[in-house]
Design a protein around this ligand. Structure first.
Ligand code: 5GP
Ligand code: MG
Length: 179
């Protein structure tokens, strides 16, 4: 099947190296109580699976993970609406919770999730994002673990889509301009 030409932004090996570093940081930061990792569907799936696979075995054994689904509508220039389409199953009360997202853009999604989860009284609540577009931020959110800061370009691959396609690519690319 045809697809528009892609420019490679972050290749497979570079992704793997950086995700392995993040996994090391996460393991070091939660020495006594492995976190409940909450992946944001669908974009975070590749990232989260690789992050988990890179964790040291003794640490990985204690990790739990789950997913949330969100849908966002950009209802105008300055306002966006986020809705939870799938919630986590576990009670977050007293837990160390780590939100794992593919990309933080305006910050709306993470801002929404932090507010929703904070209400459930986790012991700690942090954010891990593979990609960050700081230039686009409208909702200031903490990103405690960040894979790469990128320019304001639309990326696909490694979980991220354009019209539901390109997610399954194992690298991050930028869609070419239509001719
Ligand atoms: P937010 O603006 O809420 O921080 O970003 C929400 C979502 O917009 C991301 O989780 C992702 O689904 C989508 N998004 C933002 N920038 C990009 C991008 O460059 N490529 C793709 N495929 N999705 C993006
Ligand atoms: Mg999308």
């Amino acid at each position: 099947m045809d697809h528009a030409p892609l420019q490679v932004l972050i290749d497979r090996e570079t992704l793997h190296q950086r995700v392995a570093q993040l996994a090391g940081q996460v393991a070091a930061d939660y020495p006594d109580s492995p976190p409940l990792m909450v992946g944001v569907l669908n974009g975070a799936v590749h990232f989260m699976m690789e992050l988990l696979a890179c964790l040291p075995e003794a640490f990985a054994a204690g990790v739990e993970y789950d997913f949330v689904g969100v849908s966002s509508y950009s209802g105008g220039e300055s306002q966006g609406q986020v809705r939870l389409t799938k919630d986590v199953g576990a009670d977050l009360g007293g837990r160390e919770v780590l939100i794992v997202d593919g990309i933080v853009d305006t910050g709306l999604t993470v801002d929404f999730l932090l507010a929703r989860f904070r209400d459930r009284n986790p012991r700690s609540l942090k954010v891990c994002a593979l990609l960050d577009k700081p230039a686009r931020r409208r909702h200031p959110v903490p990103v405690h673990y960040r894979g790469f800061a990128i320019e304001d370009v639309f990326v696909v691959g490694y979980g991220m889509d354009y019209d539901q396609r390109y997610r399954a690519l194992n690298y991050i690319g930028v869609l070419g301009q239509p001719i």
